[in-house]
Write a protein that binds this ligand. Sequence first.
Ligand code: HEM
Length: 226
Amino acid sequence: MSHSNRERGILRYRWWTRLNHWTVAISFVLLVLSGLALFHPFFWSLTGLFGGPIMTRAWHPFIGVFMTLFFVLLAIPLFKDSLIKRYDIQWLKQINDVLSNRDERLPPVGKNNAGQKLVYWIMLGCVPILLVTGIIIWRPYFAEGMPIWLLRFSVMVHAYTAFLAIITLVIHIYSGIWVKGSIRAMVQGRVSKAWAKHHHSLWYDEVMKERKQQPAAKDDSSARPQ
Ligand code: HEM
């Protein structure tokens, strides 16, 4: 059992991380669609997806709370591998090499590269801000007791933060499609050894070292998946 799993490559994301990720992804897209419909008449037709304008308005904040809960579950196991290291700064300085596919010039990176870490930190910043400002302006439950200046301020911050989160999401999806094998990693959980070595060689070395130290370890206990 352990042997056959190992031959299938390296486990990158455990099933609950994948489930949390896709739950967040789907709810986030629903939030963007319903949020845009409420934001500007240009997107008004999107209210049709949610059963009309009243339902769109009613659903949006509940989906937001739901998404936040799953985002927290997603963010906890990813925390350690998202801390910025020295080689991440170097990687960012060489962003031109990243965008031109000159991978061989890049410094070796760990489980996540600096771009992925930035996605993590930006979303970790945006989600609580969206939650707090969203609750403040949530009628009929909370908004009634709030001073008008706070409501105005919160609506504005909510919109700007959503804008940043949407841009980040677009870049995130684009990178996921661009780096072949990433989507499979988040769907099936596994990557090939060649993929790990090419894109995240420090992580690959670490996994291989641990495997050598525990040759009889069952399944993926030595692969340090999230
Ligand atoms: C809606 C479509 C989405 C797609 C297609 C998508 C795709 C992916 C893929 C392929 C990975 C794995 C990357 C790798 O292993 O190298 C990943 C990781 C991740 N995703 Fe998403 N994702 C989506 C939405 C979201 C949303 C809405 C959030 C957060 C609000 C999010 C947060 C993350 C985080 C924190 C990671 C781990 C670090 C990273 O690889 O950036 N994703 N996603």
